[in-house]
Design a protein around this ligand. Structure first.
Ligand SMILES: Cc1cc2nc3c(=O)[nH]c(=O)nc-3n(C[C@H](O)[C@H](O)[C@H](O)COP(=O)(O)OP(=O)(O)OC[C@H]3O[C@@H](n4cnc5c(N)ncnc54)[C@H](O)[C@@H]3O)c2cc1C
Length: 457
């Protein structure tokens, strides 16, 4: 029976491709997995193992009751995920986090895929999938080889595929102090209520601005890796601290300019500088700090950004960063099945879809593998409920995120439909997190059952 089904071709055997292969084969669909290592290397991978962790060995929090990444772990375990099974088998002590022993982990993933009767692994670089491959998952990651990236860019358009990310921090809307901040678009631009509330403003007086610039200059920064220096960041997305280095007034004439804005809390006082945050998702739960892409270390970011009036107690859904990356403008380019609208035989999975991190990438591999296999079997799956972690990430990249400013995203509760309205209600933080995970789990179980394992071959 299995041999009669056309295979799914998966390009890239990293976190996403490995999980996708496992999931499709588990449903009884044959897979051909094409991995270019060791024939061609990347700048970050060191081995020829599948699912190699290129940097840290952490899968982050393993708390599935009050943490969004922990919930993602739980959902992948429930769905028979290979990456989580091998991470659990090769975990090393790390407090509440899940950390893995990288070499035995990668070896175990490789062995499980190599020994699966429905999976064939070919060690070759794919420049572009031939027309004869009718179902393809592209999971080539942040360091997608140049030839394939160029072809993808030709298909998606110049601004459809980026080679660098420039991530500005994202703040949970309900943690912003609205007794100091206010909603207003510059010069009150905007026809609709949504447009008029698209920006949140945080005012600074002169002393606050000067102290803030000092803190930016003094903060600890992350170095670019040698091979990253070859890809310049563009003038339009300079790190905020680099702008500050160019002169003490630069920010006041750039992202912090105070013009066209009136503080309703103090209408007679002209702010010396204003930090603007822009709504980052349709739900209105997340706000993006405009122009604040940064190479500051994460700890430094939290303390420096909490100096901003209104953000003293900010909770960050994501901190800023700038990295070599390869990702598409998913909200514009992907359909709900993770297929390219421009060529629906091609699905994307992993970091290239605009998610960020090992766990998120594996999760998008799990989803793409199931969707592709279900399509092959003639039993298409509905998208996962957006109250689940995988469903929330999926909904974000396939339409919930603002396409114009799309940048890679980690999983976080700000992506979930709010529990009691957009401002989160009166619950405490842990209690609210618990409510999110309790709402998610039964829905995920139900969805995961729609793609049962095939009888063993
Ligand atoms: C330098 C660096 C450090 C990072 N550090 C971390 C970290 O500490 N924590 C974290 O969570 N995330 C980190 N990331 C992000 C991390 O890469 C992703 O989270 C994760 O590996 C992405 O999974 P993926 O499957 O999408 O890509 P990958 O795991 O990179 O897998 C892609 C695979 O595709 C192969 N490939 C590429 N092009 C082709 C082709 N044309 N034909 C065939 N095969 C191809 C590659 O060899 C690779 O095996 C880092 C990324 C980089 C670049």
């Amino acid at each position: 029976m299995g041999a009669m089904i056309e295979p799914v071709h998966i390009i890239g055997g990293g976190m996403a491709g490995s999980e996708a292969a496992w999931q499709a084969a588990r449903m009884g669909v044959p897979v051909i997995l094409h991995e270019m290592r060791p024939v061609r290397a990347t700048d970050a991978h060191r081995t020829d193992g599948l699912a190699e962790l290129v940097c840290s060995n952490s899968f982050r929090s393993d708390d599935d009751e009050t943490n969004a990444v922990g919930l993602l772990h739980w959902e992948m375990r429930e769905a028979d995920g290979l990456i989580m099974r091998m991470a659990d088998r090769h975990s090393v002590p790390a407090g509440g986090a899940l950390a893995v022993d990288r070499e035995p982990f990668s070896a175990a993933v490789t062995a499980a895929l190599e020994s699966h009767p429905l999976i064939e692994i070919r060690r070759e670089e794919i420049d572009w999938p031939p027309e004869s491959w009718r179902s393809v998952i592209i999971a080539t990651g942040p360091l997608t080889s140049a030839a394939l990236a160029e072809r993808l860019r030709a298909l998606t358009g110049e601004d459809g595929l980026a080679f660098f990310d420039a991530i500005a921090p994202i703040v949970h809307a309900d943690s912003i102090d609205m007794s100091k901040a206010w909603f207003q678009s510059r010069y009150d631009k905007g026809e609709t209520e949504a447009e008029r509330t698209a920006y949140l403003n945080c005012p600074m007086d002169r002393a606050q601005y000067e102290a803030f610039v000092d803190a930016l200059l003094a903060a600890e920064k992350t170095e670019f890796k040698d091979w990253e220096r070859d890809t310049p960041y563009f003038e339009g997305c300079l790190p905020i601290e680099v702008m500050a280095e160019r002169g003490r007034e630069t920010l006041r004439y750039g992202p912090l300019k105070p013009v066209g804005l009136t503080n309703p809390h103090q209408p007679d006082v002209k702010p010396y500088a204003v930090v603007q945050l822009r709504r980052d998702n349709a739900l209105g739960t997340l706000y993006n700090m405009v122009g604040f892409q940064t190479k500051m270390k994460h700890g430094a970011q939290v303390s420096v950004f909490r100096m901003i009036p209104g953000l003293e107690n900010a909770r960050f859904a994501r901190l800023g960063g700038i990295h070599r990356n390869t990702f598409i403008n998913a909200p514009r380019l992907l359909d709900a099945e993770l297929r390219l609208r421009a060529d629906p035989r091609l699905r994307l999975a992993g970091q290239i879809t605009g998610v960020e991190g090992y766990v998120e990438s594996a999760a998008m591999g799990l989803l793409a593998g199931r969707l592709a296999a279900a399509e092959r079997l003639g039993r298409p799956l509905p998208p996962p409920p957006r109250e689940t972690a995988i469903g929330a990430l999926h909904a974000h990249i396939t339409g919930g995120a603002e396409a114009e400013t799309f940048q890679p995203m980690n999983v976080n509760f700000g992506l979930f439909p709010p529990l009691d309205g957009a401002r989160g209600g009166r619950r405490g933080k842990r209690e609210r997190a618990r409510a999110y995970t309790e709402r998610a789990k039964p829905l995920w179980r139900e969805w995961a059952r729609l793609a049962p394992a095939a009888a063993p071959v």
